[in-house]
Structures are given as C-alpha cells and as structure tokens.
Design a protein around this ligand. Structure first.
Ligand code: NAP
Ligand code: MG
Length: 451
C-alpha cells in the first residue's frame, strides 16, 4: 500500500494498492480480449457510450475536483476546470466514431478505399502534475477510435484516475475496455512498453523517462506519443502593452505552482523597457494569492511533495540573484513562494533546466533576432508567448520560434479542439484537436477489383 499525502497539509489522504506485474499482465490480457467486441460496437453506439461517460464525469465534477485538491494540492478553481476538461474531451471525441472517414482513391480496374483501424490495446502513462486532463487527452480519443485502454496514473496522484475508471463502468463502458492500474512506473509503465499486446504507448512526463520509453518501444516498433518537458519563453517586445504583459506574466508561469510543462519560465524583455517591466512585475508577483488550495480565491497552491520542493529549492543557489519573491504560507505543506531570478549567465541551471516549480528568470534582449536566438537556445520546444502590437512581428516571430504551441498577447496554449505537442526534445506526435483520434489508428488500404 502507498500512502498518499495531501501536499497542503502533509496529512495522509488515502492508501492505494500498487498493481504488481502479474496483475498488470492479467489486465493487459483482458484488455486484449475486450478489444474484439469494443471495435465492433456500432459507431453511433460507441459515441453514445462516450457521451454517457461524459455525463457521469459532469455529475461527479465537484467530487473529482475535491479529490484532486486533496491528492495533488491543485487550487479548487483549477481542479474544477480539469474535471470539466475530461467531460469536454469525452464529448468532443464522442463525435469521432462516426467521423473516422477513410478515403476513396481513383484507380483503374476497381475501387480503392482506406480504413482507419484501431491499434489494439493502448497504454497511457500519466504524470502527477495534471492527473485528469493528461489521462483524458489519451483515453478519450483512444476509446473513440475503437481501442481498449490500460492507464497508469502517477504513483503520487492516482485518486481521480481511479474514480474515472469507476465512472466509465457506471456509464456503461464495457468491463476491461478502460482499466486504471495504479502502481510504479518501473513496474506498470515499463510493462506497457514490453508487453507485445500493447500496441501504442502514450507517455507524458520527463524527457529523461520519455527517452527510455522510446528506446524500449523500438524493440517492437511500438507506436509512441511523447509529451515531455518544456523551458518556455515569454518574449516581451518594447512595442507591446507592457502593463498587461507584466500583469499576466506571473500567471503564465506560476499556475499549478509552476508544475506545468507549458509554464513560461523564461521571460525575455526588450532592453529599452526592461526596467519598467521589472517595476510592474514586482507588485504582480506579490499579488499572486498563495494558500489553501480548497479556498475559492487561492491562485497558487503547494508543490506536490517534500522531495520535489527540495529539488526546486536547489535551483536557488547562494550565488543566485533573486530579484524579488511572492508569498507562501508557513507551517505544514510543501510551499514555495513565487520567485523571480536574474540569471548571471545563459548556462545557469535555473535558466537552462526545467525547474517545474514557481521560479522564473528574466533576461534582456536587444532586437527581434536576438529574442528569437535566446528563445530557441534550448533543447526543449513545447510552448511560448510573445507580446507585441506589430502584426508582422507577431507572425514573423511565431514562425521563427521552435515550439509547438504559441500564444500572442496571451498565455493560453491548451484547448482540447486544437493540436498540442512539442518540437525538439519536448515530445513526439500531437494530441488533441480534430486529428486526435487518428493518432490511435492505423491506415489500411484496400483495393477491390471490379473486373
Ligand atoms: P516522470 O518521472 O517522467 O513520470 C511520468 C510517469 O511515468 C509517471 O507515471 C511515472 O511513474 C512513470 N514512469 C517513471 N519511470 C518509468 C519507466 N521507467 N517506465 C515507464 N513509466 C515510468 O515525470 P514526473 O516527474 O511525473 O512529471 C514531471 C515531468 O513531466 C516534467 O518534466 C514535465 O515537463 C513533464 N510533463 C510534460 C507534459 C507535456 O504535455 N509535455 C505534461 C505534464 C508533464 P511513477 O509515478 O511511479 O514515477
Ligand atoms: Mg519522476
């Protein structure tokens, strides 16, 4: 049994039994057997079951949100959004079964058609930072495309995933079509990689583990989607609305206490407005409401664990120049205040590595070319923001940045109906959006002779 700790109080929330290897194998076998019937469910019926699953999530939304607050320390506002995101994903991909359109391609002597066939059993491995959305980004389109799913939540945050598994059954999704297997990455996750009946692994987590997953999948040419880390730039040009850029910058990085692969953790500011930006940023950072995540007005909660807090704290070395900090409660809980750092060199760990906590660096740049050079000077390429009122510049810089998800004069990057994923070492493949279900299919071409 693993004890789960409330990150805001350090109290035990629940204990969960880890799935052992024999039980993982048995679950994968059951998922494999369930496949034959699930892929034959008529498209309209599969759609209806997914909509019922969405309704069950909606009816349980407050419960799911409270579970996430207790297990993960997410603010209640965020947790409600996250549960709603699961519902919306199920609704959106419930429209996919009847729309997995193949092609009819002109040929001589017959007809040629393509089919989008399900892959088989899909293994989904989820990190602790967004337990509900990241699970659903995988399972909603995978189920819609006729696959069965085994899902491993992060060891630290399995409670909402376990509840979603119960809701699926209640909603009428047949047994063994969607199974949640809490447990260790090295046991459950690793078995998804090595078990031949699992035909695709969807992994979200660190680049380090993602690299191992990809290497492991190579042995069976197993399909893989990877959503990995980020060290995303927020580029502020002198011609932008500096007040708005400074007021919103903290929320672009400190949301979910910075434990977000899309966190804009490197702010780049054009030198001519650098001092003005810093003057405006200080009150904005101090205004971030950090505290009890169950309180409706809280904007930032604690970090996930004591060990993660010490990793984050390790980025603030004695020589690190801290410009200013926000607030954090004293007492129990894995708190860390919003922290703004002025790095001394581009190779400082704090500016080169993904901190995954509420720490942001601010550096000046000279001109557009310099901004693009600094923003792209990383192995990651997940997201980013740019602030400018020059339309031409917005488009030029958007095209020049090596990242999968950009926002201009905004920090939003994730919508379930638009594609999401990383360039470079931030990932492989895309999730969400109109093509999301196709990533869980194999194209089959069939020629039928008519003569
Ligand atoms: P992690 O250590 O890579 O773990 C992610 C998941 O993989 C967990 O469920 C973990 O299980 C499992 N795992 C660990 N070792 C494994 C192995 N050898 N084989 C199979 N599965 C294994 O990442 P994390 O620390 O939970 O999450 C933080 C990282 O995720 C950050 O780097 C962040 O940027 C990234 N992330 C990326 C995205 C994105 O969409 N691009 C989204 C969220 C997070 P355990 O629970 O047992 O460790
Ligand atoms: Mg880890």
């Amino acid at each position: 049994m693993t004890d789960l700790i409330n990150p805001a109080t350090e109290e035990v929330v629940a204990s969960v039994q880890a799935t052992d290897l024999a039980a993982v194998d048995a679950a994968i076998e059951r998922a494999h057997i369930a496949l034959a019937a699930w892929r034959e469910v008529a498209p309209g019926d599969r759609a209806r079951l997914l909509r019922k699953f969405a309704d069950a999530v909606d009816a349980d939304l407050e419960n799911l949100a409270r579970l996430e607050v207790a297990n993960s320390g997410h603010t209640i506002g965020n947790a409600r959004w996250e549960a709603g995101n699961v519902r919306d994903l199920l609704e959106y991909y419930a429209a996919a079964p009847e729309r997995l359109l193949g092609k009819q391609i002109p040929v001589a002597g017959g007809i040629d058609v393509t089919f989008n066939e399900p892959l088989g059993v899909v293994g989904i491995i989820v990190p602790w930072n967004f337990p509900m959305p990241i699970a659903a980004w995988g399972f909603a389109p995978a189920l819609a495309a006729g696959n069965t799913v085994v899902l491993k939540p992060a060891e630290l945050t399995p409670l909402t995933a376990i509840r979603l598994g119960e809701l699926a059954l209640q909603a009428g999704i047949p047994a063994d079509v969607f199974q949640v297997l809490p447990g260790k990455g090295s046991v459950v996750g690793q078995r998804f990689v090595t078990h031949p009946a699992v035909r695709k692994v969807v992994f979200t987590g660190s680049t380090e583990v993602g690299r191992q997953i990809m290497a492991g999948c190579a042995a069976q040419i197993k399909r893989v989607t990877l959503e990995l880390g980020g060290k995303n730039a927020n580029v502020v040009f002198a011609d932008a609305d500096i007040e708005k850029a400074a007021a919103t910058a903290p929320y672009g990085v400190f949301d979910n206490a910075g434990q977000d692969c899309c966190a804009r953790s490197r702010i780049l500011v054009q030198r001519s407005v650098f001092d003005r930006f810093m003057e405006l940023l200080e009150p904005a950072v101090q205004g971030v409401v950090v505290g009890d995540p169950a309180d409706d007005t809280t904007e930032m909660g604690p970090l996930i664990s004591a060990s993660h807090r010490s990793t984050v704290a390790g980025y603030i070395e004695p020589s690190t120049r801290v410009a200013f900090r926000g607030n954090a409660p004293a007492g129990p809980g894995f708190w860390f205040p919003p922290t703004v750092v002025l790095p001394s060199s581009p190779t400082d760990r704090v500016v080169a590595e993904e901190v995954f906590g509420p720490v942001v660096t601010v550096v000046p740049f000279e001109d557009e070319r310099d901004a693009v050079r600094i923003a792209n000077d990383t192995d990651y390429g997940l997201s980013g923001s740019l602030w400018t009122n020059d339309l031409g510049r917005a488009l030029r810089v958007s095209r020049a940045l090596e990242a999968g998800n950009l926002s201009v004069n905004s920090h939003s990057s994730v919508r379930y109906w638009t594609p999401f994923g990383g360039f470079k070492q931030s990932g492989l493949g895309r999730e969400l959006g109109p093509d999301g279900a196709l990533a869980f299919t194999e194209v089959k071409n069939v020629f039928i002779a008519t003569t």
